[in-house]
Design a protein around this ligand. Structure first.
Ligand code: GLP
Length: 260
C-alpha cells in the first residue's frame, strides 16, 4: 500500500490522477472504476484535463460504477447513473454508452439479485477493472459496503446504514427520501480491480482513514480491505491523514517513488 499525504485537496486530485493514469493500459480499451461522492470530484477534473491534453484516451475507455440506489425513478438526478453522467461523463469525456451502473430498478429481491449477477458478468465481460477509484464513508464504508460487509462479497443488495442515509441526506429534500437499499459491488469485487486509488480529504475522514490503513483488517471497517490488495494507493490531504501514526514512513516511501 502506498500512502501519499499532500497539503491540499487540489494536490490530492493531481497526485491521484497521476496514479489512475499510470494504471490504465497504454493502448487498447481501458476500464475505469468510478465512485460517487464529493471526494473524487477534483480527480475527475484532473482526468478531464488529461483527456484534453491527450494523455488520457477516452475513445476506448469504459466506466464501471461502484453502486446504485434501489428504487429511484429512472433519470432521478440523485441516481448514481445520473450523477456519474454529470460528474464523470461530462467532465472527463467518457461516453455515456460506455458507463455501466448496476440496475437498481428491480421491483423485488429476485429482480435485484439478478441485476447484481448481471453486473458481475458485465465487469467480467469488460476484462475486469484496471483501476478503481474509491472514496471512503465516515463509517469506513467502500461503495455501499457498510460495516459488517463480507470481505469476499460480490455485487448484491445491501441496506444502507442510518449514518450513510444521514450523510447522503444533503442530496435529497429530506433524510426520509434517501433510499433504504442499494446495489453495490462487493468488497471482493472491489478487490478484483487491478489497482485501487482511494482519495479522502478533510477532518471528517481522519478516523476512517486511520482505521482503514492502520487498524485491523476487519469487516467492521470495510476500507481496511485495502490492506489486502497488492496495488492499493491512498492519497489524502493533511486533515484526512492527521491521525495516521506511520506518517514519517509514508512520507519517506513516497519521496522514493519513481517519478516523484
Ligand atoms: C457514498 C458513496 C461512496 C462514497 C461515500 C463518501 O456513500 N456510495 O462510494 O465514497 O459516499 O462520499 P464523500 O466523498 O462525499 O464523502
Amino acid at each position: 500500500m502506498e500512502v501519499l499525504i499532500v497539503p491540499t485537496p487540489d494536490d490530492v486530485a493531481v497526485e491521484a490522477a497521476a496514479m489512475v493514469l499510470a494504471a490504465l493500459p497504454a493502448a487498447g480499451p481501458g476500464v475505469l472504476g468510478l465512485a460517487t461522492g464529493s471526494s473524487p470530484l477534483g480527480l475527475y477534473r484532473e482526468l478531464g484535463r488529461a483527456a484534453s491534453s491527450g494523455s488520457l484516451r477516452t475513445a476506448e475507455l469504459s466506466g464501471v460504477a461502484l453502486d446504485e440506489y434501489v428504487g429511484l425513478p429512472p433519470g432521478h438526478p440523485q441516481s448514481y447513473r445520473a450523477t456519474l453522467e454529470r460528474e464523470v461523463c461530462d467532465v472527463v469525456g467518457l461516453s455515456r454508452d460506455r458507463l455501466h451502473v448496476p440496475d437498481g430498478s428491480g421491483a423485488d429481491l429476485d429482480a435485484l439479485t439478478a441485476a447484481a449477477a448481471a453486473y458481475e458478468r458485465t465487469i467480467a465481460g469488460l476484462g475486469g477493472v484496471d483501476v478503481q477509484i474509491l472514496g471512503i464513508g465516515a463509517n469506513g464504508h467502500l461503495g455501499f459496503n457498510e460495516p459488517g460487509s463480507a470481505l469476499t462479497s460480490r455485487t448484491r443488495v445491501k441496506r444502507l446504514s442510518d449514518r450513510t442515509r444521514e450523510d447522503n441526506a444533503r442530496f435529497f429534500a429530506a433524510v426520509d427520501e434517501v433510499p433504504t437499499h442499494c446495489l453495490t459491488q462487493g468488497l471482493g469485487t472491489i478487490l478484483s480491480a487491478r489497482r485501487l486509488v482511494l482519495v479522502a480529504t478533510g477532518e471528517s475522514k481522519a478516523l476512517a482513514i486511520s482505521e482503514a490503513l492502520e487498524g485491523p483488517l476487519t469487516a467492521s471497517c470495510p476500507g481496511s480491505v485495502l490492506q489486502w490488495h497488492a496495488d492499493a494507493v491512498v492519497v489524502v490531504d493533511e486533515e484526512a491523514g492527521s491521525l495516521l501514526k506511520n506518517r514519517s514512513y509514508y512520507d519517506a516511501s513516497a519521496a522514493g517513488l519513481p517519478g516523484r
